[in-house]
Design a protein around this ligand. Sequence first.
Ligand code: MTE
Ligand code: MO
Length: 523
Amino acid sequence: MTATTHRWRTRGLAALAGIAAGGLTLGVGELVAALVVEPAAAPFLAVGNTFVDLTPEWLKSFAIRTFGENDKQVLLAGMAGVLLLVSVAGGLLELWRRWAGVTVLAALGAVAVAAALNRPTATAAWALPTVAGAVAGAAALTLLVGRLRARAADADPRISGESASVARPPRRQVLLLTAAVAGLAVATALGGRRFGQTLAEVRDARDALRLPPPADPAPAVPAAAELDVEGQPPFRTSNREFYRVDTALDLPRVTPEEWRLRIHGMVGREIELDFTDVLGLDLVERMITLTCVSNEVGGELAGNAVWLGYPLADLLARANPAGDADMLLSTSVDGFTASTPLDVVTDGRDALLAIGMNGEPLPVEHGFPARLVVPGLYGYVSATKWVTDLELTRFDRATAYWTDRGWAAEAPIKTASRVDVPRSFADLPAGRTVVAGVAWAQHRGIRSVEVQVDDGDWQAAELAAEASVDTWRQWFWEWDAEAGNHTLRVRATDGAGDRQTDEQAPPFPDGSSGWHSVVVRVT
Ligand SMILES: Nc1nc2c(c(=O)[nH]1)N[C@H]1C(S)=C(S)[C@@H](COP(=O)(O)O)O[C@H]1N2
Ligand SMILES: [Mo]
């Protein structure tokens, strides 16, 4: 074998050793997190979640626009890619100079420890998984690369071999050791996944849960609330189809058994409920349309479901809130917070502590076992999923997750309307065709919808029946389409008589606005 081949093979092995050591760091981190702290304290998740929290607004908007609901997968894959590269570099550096690779690993470990300790629910113990992982990883790296250095020292005088005199361990041996470390990495990572509260256990607990029938069922939805237009999204969104938006890289895992809700702060009486307490309350069922502030004009971050829950106003009344409290600060088990104006929660609308969605327990993705739903407000100021804490406080004393990042404290849902049929860039035959879509202005309701073709006059669309002012409303308009390219535009007027603004605004800081349009070709 030539010296060059030898050198490249040694480098290849060092790279592999780096990957195995990096993997062991993460695996031991997972295992220790699951066994002695909690899964979210593992280095990979701690760094990922911190990254999510630190992501600047423009990058977040770009990610949501580009990757939609896959943004989390993209981030995790990106992190895995970066770690892979850094691990390879760590292995090569360690080969180049003793401790150089270990230093890289220690630096990464320090970043992960800082990230873990700064998680909103962290205790000092959250440093442990990363420290244990980094120690294991550093030991593996020095062991594996140390043997390679012994080999390389003979072949490459540039590598300062302190052990040139030691018998060269055969390459096979180093490879086997590397494979063993890699195997240990996988085993510890899988062990970590198993020992913690697994998602499967939470899903089992959800499957076993039987929700009581509502004491106050949802008013019947008029049949005429749903139009029968091909291609139009259904009036009620299924749990599967319902959009999902949250900051959780890993789904919070809360069983009904361990769930508690604390109500405290500016109250006359602190309260703590468990899930059995909630099941014993007189629950109501209401259809409510949720909307995300990140929804772009014409976007799909809105969904309409039947929620089962207990009126928040009644729940809070039990705690006897102080007269000068003006904010309900809700906190999720993962530390996410939302600040909701207290007067909105208590003005008689159906603001709920919800435990059911479309006749089932909440899906884990949508906040199992309990979340908030407040008609008329964007989700980020109201719809806390996996909620465990309600604090009565004041806007001049507290802020929340997104308001800390510059989003508006007051966030009523803006009147919006969307053309769903035909799709943009559709090819249509000339003649009569149906234009249809949906409009929403939660808690104000929709009074009218108008459609415009190119620069023509605005035409009144037909509205489907109104289920409630808290749900979106379908509409359609019959169009006698003439050949050519056309722009179809829509605008709505809310129940108070206010017309949707045509002023274009991006989602930041309090929701997008502007009229939605689609371009079609008629032949
Ligand atoms: N715990 C938690 N709750 C949360 C969020 C979050 O990031 N974490 N995001 C909020 C936002 S921005 C929206 S729009 C709604 C979305 O609810 P969904 O995912 O059930 O549609 O949840 C809200 N509740
Ligand atoms: Mo949102």
